[in-house]
Each structure stands twice: as C-alpha cells, then as structure tokens.
Design a protein around this ligand. Structure first.
Ligand SMILES: [Mn+2]
Length: 245
C-alpha cells in the first residue's frame, strides 16, 4: 500500500500552530510524533523566521525526520539561515533577525546542538520530492515542466525562490507560474502567502501565511482534504496575496 501524506509549508517559526496541527492530524507527541496510521508529514520549506519559535520548529522537524515521521524540503529562508550559520555574508532581514536573536539567546552548547540539527536537516534534504509514482511533486517555490528530474542551479533557484522573470530593472520578479504550468505531476508548494489554499489546474499553494496571522494549512493525500489551524499572531493583511483566479 502506498503511504499517506500530510503536506504543510511555511511554518516560519510558528511552533504553537505546528503542534496544534500535529495534534489535529493525530501525530502522537509522546511517540516522537509517530502517526498511528503510518502517515508521513511533508514539510515544504521555510520552517524558520518571522514567527516567535523558530528553534522549537527546528527541534520538532529534526525529531520527526530522524524518526521517519517527516520529510523536510528546503525553502529560501532555510537556505539563508544555512548560509548565515556557515558565516557567509547574508542580508539579515525578513524575519531572519528573529531566528538569530532566538539562537543567540541559547547557551553555547545548545547553540551548537541546534545549529548542527539545522545544518544536518538542510544538507540531507532533497531539493524537491516526487510521491505516489510521480503523480505528486512537492517543492517550496514551485516547479516548471522542463525542470522536473533536474537538480542543477536553475532548478535549485526555482525550488527555493519560485519561477521568476527579469523586470525592467533587470531584477528577478516572481511570476504567477501556476496558471501556465504544464507538467504531469500535481505540484504542492508554498512560498507565496495566500488567504486560502490556492488550487490552479494541477498546482496547489498551501502557504496560508501563518506567520502573518492568517492560518496554517495541511493538505492530506490521497484523501484530498484540508486541515486548518488559525494563527495566534496578529493579522498583517498587506502580506497576504490576492489572485484574480
Ligand atoms: Mn519562501
């Protein structure tokens, strides 16, 4: 029998809502978050930044991945935190400052432990993942037909940042790629916060802006069901995108 999955994305330091979601989905907190039905949680990137408890989200993710109860995929915020841990020059903003602040407040041995957990998670994560004999594909920023099966630099950029085009200033700008996606797998992604999970043709955006005060959404496969947990953070409507379809 094929395994059953629960996809969530863009937890962004919202450990409280993540725990609520795990309870709602019946993952057992006392058993390393094992699901009694053998389900697996698929975390589609951006586990840290903006929210109040990024360190806890790293710990829970690490524990679930180590016990086989979750698969973690990277997002652009994860990539930035990874590069910061490596000591590379990164612009600290867009919520990364909160994660750093939380991490710096830890005792040195805890700092080392959390850093190691996160680095291991990031280094061992696949860029994106196919499920159910290639019927489903999960990728943080989205996907394009011609990139499926590839692991090169361009694919990495699309996975982390979503498909972009160069604007008049020759800077990359996000495009609404979902309306023209023509690949075979059904793509589950996040990265662009929306008010409600957004289904367009064979694409599903499940980033419902928990860190911006909206909600955390899980998509259950193959049941094709949604489970939602309201955010406890103040609502920031300006950060939630509205699309015409
Ligand atoms: Mn993102």
């Amino acid at each position: 029998m094929n395994r059953q999955f629960d996809f969530i994305s863009d937890i962004h330091g919202c450990a409280h809502e993540m725990n609520e979601m795990l309870s709602a989905l019946d993952y057992d907190h006392s058993q390393n978050y094992t699901h009694p039905g053998g389900r697996q949680l698929i975390i589609v990137g951006d586990i840290t930044d903006r929210g109040p408890n990024s360190i806890d989200v790293i710990r829970i993710t690490d524990r679930m991945v180590k016990n086989g109860n979750a698969l973690y995929l990277p997002g652009n915020h994860c990539d930035k935190l990874y590069r910061w841990f490596l000591g590379r020059p990164v612009q600290v903003g867009h919520g990364l400052e909160k994660t750093i602040q939380e991490w710096e407040a830890l005792l040195p041995d805890k700092q080392q432990e959390v850093k190691q957990k996160f680095m291991d998670l990031f280094e061992q994560a696949p860029l994106y993942q196919l499920f159910d004999d290639g019927n489903i594909l999960a990728s943080h920023g989205g996907m394009q037909k011609e990139l499926i099966g590839r692991m090169d630099r361009r694919t990495r950029n699309v996975v982390l940042y979503g498909p972009t085009k160069l604007n008049a200033e020759r800077e990359p700008e996000r495009i609404d790629w979902a309306t023209s996606y023509s690949g075979k797998p059904f793509v589950i992604y996040g990265h662009t916060p929306v008010w409600e999970a957004r289904l367009v043709d064979r694409t599903l955006n499940i980033d419902t802006g928990c860190s911006f005060g909206n909600k955390l959404t899980a998509y259950r496969y193959p049941e094709n069901e949604f489970v939602e947990v309201p955010s406890t953070l103040p609502l920031q409507p300006d950060h939630l995108n509205t699309f015409s379809r």
